[in-house]
Structure formats: structure tokens, C-alpha cells
Design a protein around this ligand. Sequence first.
Ligand code: GLC
Length: 649
Amino acid sequence: MTDVALMERVVWPRCKSALSTNTRRLAEINKLVEARLKDLSVEQKVAQLIQAELASVEPEDIRRFGLGSILNGGGVSPNANKRASIEDWWNLANEFQTAARESEAGIPIFWGTDAVHGHNNVFSATIFPHNIALGAANDSDLVERLGAATARDVLDTGIDWVFAPTLAVPCDYRWGRTYEGYSQEPEIVARLGSAMLCGLQGDPASTEFFDENHVVATSKHFVGEGSTLDGIDQGDALCSEIDLLNIHALGHIAALKAGAQVVMAAFNSWNNEKVHGSWYLLQEVLKDQMGFDGFVVSDWDGFAQLDGDPETACIRSINAGVDMLMVSSDWRGVYERVLNAARIGEIDDVRLNDAVGRILRVKALRGMLTPNWRLPSTRSKQTLGSNSKRELAREAIRKSLVMLKNSNGLLPLETKKRIVVVGKSARDIAQQCGGWTLTWQGTNNETDDFPDAVSIESGIRGVISAGGGVVSFIDEVDDETDADTAIVVFGEEPYAEGEGDLNHLSFSQDDSLPLAQMKALNARGIPVVALFLTGRPRWINPELNASDAFVVCWLPGTQGGAIADVLFKDSANTVRYDFTGRLAFSWPLDSSLTCIDRDSNQPDSYLPVGYGLTYEEKVSFEQLSETDVSMGTSLRGPSFQGSYNYPNP
Ligand code: GLC
């Protein structure tokens, strides 16, 4: 138990949900839930607390046990078929729901999935930019539209619950989940996170909330995941309670007010106590003080990380305030242990009924407790993979690009020129999508796994062909290389969660080839435009120095062709789209720095939050130090005229 009692106590804010304005509906819901609770046996109640993973559960198990939920983990699909069709997904969901209806209690299941940048587990779905790009776009209306589009795609596959938005406030770029955060600024996380939540769930004050076009969202991961020591995933968040509240919980506070009905517990510890076992954080803070009336779902076997007897970990996690246990494989064992604990009073009736009641309440809010509820057919209105989704993705990409440097106004480029595109990243769809794409890590994906995708290369080829220019594509510069301008595309390989943790930020330390290509182009007098695919700020002073223009593309998703829309003028030689993206994370220019700059008090060591050039700004970008700055060499960032006010829409 964290010795919170010994620390200065913090009073957490009461988060009045926008849902609570509909008092008549809530009263009816509560009455319905009370009635159902009374009818349930202890076995049926415990079953509702179990979420089984798709690869370990069959519809027959649901018919027999009446489990509350299933999930498909990252990269898990019907029949382990990465290319399962929309019909395959919907038919399987319908099999599970039919089995649930035929179970003894007859309560429908929730199916949860990580649709974190579009419906990213599903073949042919449009993959949207990751959250770090949306933070750079900083457009709440756009994020809400992305949420609504994602909800529609998820419903097309018969699924009703999305484990998004992630409301992390990343503080150390070595963390492999940095790109799942919108920004280092809690206010931006709160604003964009609640926009995503409303897009997914519908406006809580309107009839669209949880209607046939919206899903259940998840405020995740509560709380403190972005502040672990050294950015170690699932590590120990050492921040004060007031920082936990004012920085890391701000997104969750906004989400609860916007009608969040599910919170996912965080893997990390806070002051050496795992959140999954923290009565203080889950019950006293989240439920009692903040007034959260939905349910808390564990993360992937998150309860199993508690210290002490592994056999009782799931029981202790429930008693700490987790209501539903996300179980990777041994759901039967967890069910038996929780059932036994409920029977002998180790989980008392009050806690059991509270947990089940919270889960049933959310199902009731979605109308799933009405008699003979059935999975709505979506065949007549499927839009997954439609052109409207691709156009929405292109808009998001255009708005997310951040131009760090543009010496001599090299950009925008004319299409009637000779362009050479350098690097395999220009045609690597998996790389432009990043983690959480078809597979958990976003790896082991081939181009034809993405039927609706457009690579960066294809986008460039399209605009140049239309403009009468000439373009060639090479992996490496040689003595024959000649062009008016070169575009070097490079970046991080896909990763997710702790697999992406780093112990440094230098990019060329991991991959020196792009820098070598840039220098070879410099030697041939060919101007260089660098396009950087990344899930986080990296130390790239050498690459910045070797480029005439430098654009951060983040992880744009399947519609990478949209980058050309901004890079190139149209055939009438006018700018199609100017840059509007701004850094939502401070960008370190000092190789010894790995954390955010929260106070913008190091003008020479960071490009600040809000930095981003447009075609109008003329900026002289002085050469940056390429050595370890802690050696005392001076460091000069860009000297630009005027000041940057981070635009709030
Ligand atoms: C993962 C992630 C979480 C995700 C869950 C289900 O470990 O921490 O964000 O929703 O498992 O895939």
C-alpha cells in the first residue's frame, strides 16, 4: 500500500459525466440492472467479470460459462487469418453473441479491440495517423471525425468496444508508447482525447450516444504511464500525487466528463505500487472522489503483475477496484479462482455486485439488456475501406506534417522538375503505419497486406506524372545519381509498447544509411528534402544539417500519398496545401537529452512545442552541433524571425 497517508493528501476533482444530465434514462437503467443482478447466480456474476482472448475461447465456452466479454489482442483475427474479411469478423461476432443469448443468463458479451488508429487489426481498413500525428495537427473536429469513422468500421465487423483513446502524457521519448500519446501538454491530451472519445461514443448529451453508429470507448491507461523512470514501459511512475492529477490524469478527467464508461488500468506502478492493485487509485480516487460510475478493465493480464501469491493476484486486483479481468489465455483458471473467492467471501457480495453492476450498466446503456437483443446487421451500410475514409486519412496526414527546416525556400517543389526519391521507406507501407497494424508490433506485414494503401513514393509519382516532371526511385545514391532535387525518406521501424523502448535517442546510432545518402547527395550538389517517419522526437542533428528541408511525417498510416499534396505545388505552380502542423512535443537538439522540455526554458536545446514552419516563414537554420553537447560545444537552434504562438483552433 502506497504510504499515501503519509504524503500530502490531494483532493481529486469530481467529474460530473455529461451522461448524468439524462436522469430519467439513468434511473430506468439502474432499475433494470438491479433487477438483472437479483436474478444472477454467483457463477453468472463472476462470469461477467471475465474477458477472454479470442485465440483461447470458442462460442461454446460463452454458451456454457456466460462470460462477460472477449477481446482480440493486437494481431489476433478470426481463424488466425490476417486477411479475414469483414464478413468473417461479423459472422464470428454473431456466433459469439448467439452463444451468449443462449447461455443460462442470456447476457450479451462485449467484444473489445484495439482500434487505436483506425480499425487497425482488420484487412482492408484505412489506417489513420497515430496519436502523435494528431497532436501535431491539433484539430479537435478532425479527431472527432476520425473517432466516428473508426466507430463505423468497428461496428461493420460486429465489434462494439474500442480500447481507445490513449490519454498518456509521455515525458521520456525512450518510451516505446510515446506515439500513442497526443502531446506532452496535458491540455492538448485532454482536448483531443475527449474529442476522440465523443467521436467513438457519440455526444453523451444526445441520442447518438451509444447508438447504432457508435461504440464503447476506453479511457486508458489510468494512471501515470507516461512518467515512468527512464521511460521504461510498465515501470514505476515516480511523480508526486499533484503531478499525477494535474499532468497524467487530466485526459482521464476530461474523458470522464465527456461520458467515458470504461477505464483501463495502467500497467505501471505509482511510487512502487502496481496500479492494478491500488485501492487508493482505483477505488478511493477514480470511483469515490472522481465519481467514475462505469467499469474498470484490467490491462492484458495486468493483475498477474501484482507482488505476492500469483494464485490470488486476480482476487486482490478485483478487491482493489478492477471490475473486469482481461485474460490473455488462462481465463478458466482465473474464473475458477475468482468464483471460489466469491463463494468463500474473499470477494464480498458488495464488491462482486458493484463490479457486475457496473458492467451490466454499460451493457444496458447500449440497449444490450433489452429482451432478445441481437447483433445489428451492418451489411447494408458498410463503409470500411471506403473512399471517404481515405480522404479523411489524407486530411489528417496533411494537417499533421511538421516542417522543421526549409533553407532557401526549397519547398514547395515544382512538379515539372527532375526528382529522385531515395530510400526503401518511400514504398514501405508497414513502416509508414507503425505499430498496432495488422500485427501487434506492426511487423511481418507485406505491401499486399494493405490493399487500400498509397505509399509516399506513389503519391510523389502521381503528382509529378500529372505535372510533366520526371521522377526516379533509388535505394542508394551512386555516381549516376542526378536530379534537380532529392527526397530522402527514412525512419523508425515499426514497434509497439515495451518492444519500442530505447536507451538513447540518436537515430543515426540505429541506422546510419540515410545520413550517408544525404551526404552523398550533398557531395553531388543535389538539394535534399528529408521526410522522417517516426513515433517520437529523435536526436537527428546530423540529418538536419545534411538536409536543406526537413519534414516530420510521424506515422501517417496507409494514405502516405497525401504527403505529396503538401510537398508539391500544383500544375499551375500554386501551393496546394501549406504546412499547418506544429510540434506537440518539444524536440531535443542536445544529444544528451531524452525527456520533454516542460518549461520551454532551454531555447538552444529544444525546438519548442508549437514550433513548425510554413511556406511563408523564412528561417535561417544554423548548423547544429553534431557532437555530444555535454562535451561543452555550443549549440545553436534555428534563429527565426518572429515568435510562435501555438495555434489553438
Ligand atoms: C496491451 C496494451 C493495451 C491494449 C491491451 C489489449 O498490452 O497495454 O493498451 O488495449 O493490451 O490489446
